[in-house]
Design a binder for this molecule. Structure first.
Ligand code: NAD
Length: 431
């Protein structure tokens, strides 16, 4: 099929490349000229395992092209994916101006029947607005089109796998013609195809992310009770998670959720609920537990170190989670900002996100290319992201390199008993 993907970010690039991989002809569009120039030169703007090779293969085999020209994509494709960002506004509502802008551009160039698919995460009723916008701006009012909601569930770090092996594909659609075409498009990927009405599909995405965020805040709240009572959150989470009704995933206590999705989707869901007339108090608590969790961790650091001023402190992990370079809403940011305000000397290491971190973190930080180099002479090691290489680190080497063997672990990656045996002063979450 001929497909165009508008917005070539994490979602658009992975979606476009995966659809090319299963044999479709895909045009990826972005209005960021540098991004498109880089992609044309074989440079992938994001870190996502396996993506480089898959992009190269599909470009070489002629199924994947990149352009800034929206007209080229719209005119030559029957299926148009909208994958632009929907960032939070200052009041927590989703900013849908990029979606509107793209809908207007599609309307300008539409020449025959098209399926316009919203893959960006949007509040319920957005597809109605997209349809309205296209109807208002389309020149030839006789041209038929369908607007579909097809929310994306990929996780950064495993985005290719998730797209190629989906648990489920949700298609919110009112037209049988569009549903049949999309059924055919997605068949090669397997996974359960769920056809719903458009509003249900929109809510499925917000409700899924909010539920996962709720699980994280729940276990973080329980970790506080563990700290106050002397229980161990890892044991509690295991005992809970083995109940199949609960499940083990998303029960890792830590310094809270971050990233480009959970924080904005929870607040957008609260806001749209409010607009519709429902006060989603439960989700307000999810947000406040999450904000509090990182502050609680900062207090732990201050309590352990007493005076932070002029101390060399090392932070391992900057990205909001492992296997990605995404720094959006990373919990490492408030931790580092607070320590810098308290005049600590910050040395940091992350396997892939240093360049992106430099764009969002203050200047007076020393970045390292090696996790052990970052530790030399340090008075404390803070773990902010649970990268695998930190889990496998040589504990004796860590201890020998540091001037004080203090480890403050925001991700519970080490065993407190082993750390004690090795002579570390070790603090973690909920145990
Ligand atoms: P992103 O910021 O990485 O990519 C969005 C891209 O859209 C950018 O490259 C931007 O330049 C481009 N863009 C903006 N306006 C445009 C326009 N008018 N024309 C062409 N291109 C335009 O964002 P993302 O992480 O890919 O997220 C996109 C959407 O998917 C969001 O709604 C997000 O919530 C949702 N989503 C993201 C993830 C994730 O893990 N990142 C997962 C599921 C859903």
């Amino acid at each position: 099929m001929n497909i165009c993907v508008i917005g070539t970010g994490y979602v658009g690039l992975v979606t476009g490349t995966s659809l090319a991989e299963i044999g479709n002809s895909v045009i990826c569009i972005d209005n960021d000229e540098k991004k498109i120039k880089d992609l044309k030169n074989g440079k992938i703007p994001i870190y996502e395992p396996g993506l480089d090779e898959m992009v190269k293969k599909n470009v070489d085999e002629g199924r994947l092209v990149f352009t800034t020209e929206i007209k080229e994509g719209v005119v030559n494709s029957q299926i148009i994916f909208i994958c632009v960002s929907t960032p939070p506004r200052s009041d927590g509502r989703a900013d849908l101006s990029f979606v509107e802008n793209v809908a207007r551009s599609i309307a300008k160039h539409i020449n025959e029947y098209k399926i316009i698919i919203d893959k960006s995460t949007v509040p319920v009723e957005t597809s109605e607005k997209v349809e309205e916008t296209i109807k208002r701006n389309i020149k030839d009012k006789t041209i038929d089109f369908d607007v579909v909601s097809n929310p994306e569930f990929l996780r950064e770090g495993t985005a290719i796998y998730d797209t190629m092996h989906p648990d489920r594909i949700v298609i919110g659609v009112n037209s049988k013609k569009a549903a049949d075409i999309l059924d055919k498009l997605y068949k090669p990927l397997g996974g359960e195809l769920i056809i719903t009405n458009i509003k249900s599909a929109e809510i499925i995405k917000h409700a899924s992310n909010s539920f996962l965020a709720m699980k994280i805040s729940f276990i973080n709240a329980v970790s506080r009770i563990c700290e106050l009572s002397g229980a161990n959150i890892k044991e509690v989470a295991l005992g809970m998670g083995l109940d199949q009704r609960i499940g083990r995933r998303f029960l890792n206590a830590g310094i809270g959720y971050g990233g480009s999705c959970f924080p904005k989707d929870v607040s957008a869901f609260i806001k749209i609920s409010e607009e519709l007339g429902y006060d989603f108090n439960l989700l307000k608590s999810v947000e406040s537990v999450n904000k509090d969790q990182v502050q609680h961790f900062i207090k732990k650091i201050e309590k352990t170190l007493w005076i932070v001023k002029d101390k060399k402190i090392t932070v391992w992990g900057l990205a909001f989670k492992p296997d990605t370079d995404d720094m959006r809403n990373a919990p490492s940011i408030p931790i580092i900002e607070t320590l810098l305000k308290d005049c600590a000397k910050l040395h940091v290491y992350d396997p892939v996100s240093s360049e992106k971190a430099k764009e969002v973190l203050p200047d007076n930080i020393t970045y390292h290319d090696n996790m052990y180099d970052a530790l030399k002479g340090s008075e404390a090691l803070i773990i902010a992201t649970e990268w695998d290489e930190f889990k496998k680190a040589d504990l004796d080497k860590i201890k020998n390199l540091m001037s004080q063997p203090i480890v403050i672990d925001g991700r519970n990656i080490y065993d407190p008993l082993i750390m004690k045996e090795k002579g570390f002063i070790y603090t973690s979450i909920g145990r």
